[in-house]
Design a protein. Sequence first.
Length: 228
Amino acid sequence: MNLEIQRRLFALQDLSFKEFQSKLIPTVDPKTIIGVRIPSLRALAKEFKRSPEKDLFLSQLPHAYLEENHLHAFFLETIRDYDTCIQSVNAFLPFIDNWATCDSLNPRVFASHLPALLKEIQIWISSEKTYTCRFGIGMLLRYYLDEAFSPDYLTWVADIRSSEYYVNMMIAWFFATALAKQFSNTLPFFEENRLDVWTHNKAIQKAIESRRISPEQKTFLRSLKRKP
């Protein structure tokens, strides 16, 4: 427990935001939510970036509060050495217990190590831990649907089977984004019913909401919706 960082977090508390966060992240006990807005958390992470307090804080897992987990994620984003970052991310992932912290974690060093990162992603997406798997899918969505794209990555995600809502929702987001960026490669996964029904329909719903999908494509996607 880092009392100085906790003290600073409570000094930034916004009780109305705490109430909002409690509804937005229902898997987290409201008692463990302080109520600190993301810009304030990022400013605090920047302030402690080179402080000995940061290194002590990173070694103190698990944390007690949602905002401490967010802050941990923001600290990891600044690690410049790839191997150190991977080690630190792998130490943190088992303690992530909500979608917001999971989706906030985006180490900058990953972007310059995409071939090596694929090995880690394959491990993450095969995990039985909800947010480790979600994180791996999120990294494929973020980094591998543009210049680094391969149709193999669509298969990796389509082969994931989970009963967890927050895994399946990320799969849906992944395929909705893939339809926007790699339509011809992604469409067969819907024509051939490669996803479970809920994820299939949710991905189509999200794709239809996207401005990056043409009206003609949206019309065709609607025709591919499946009955539960």
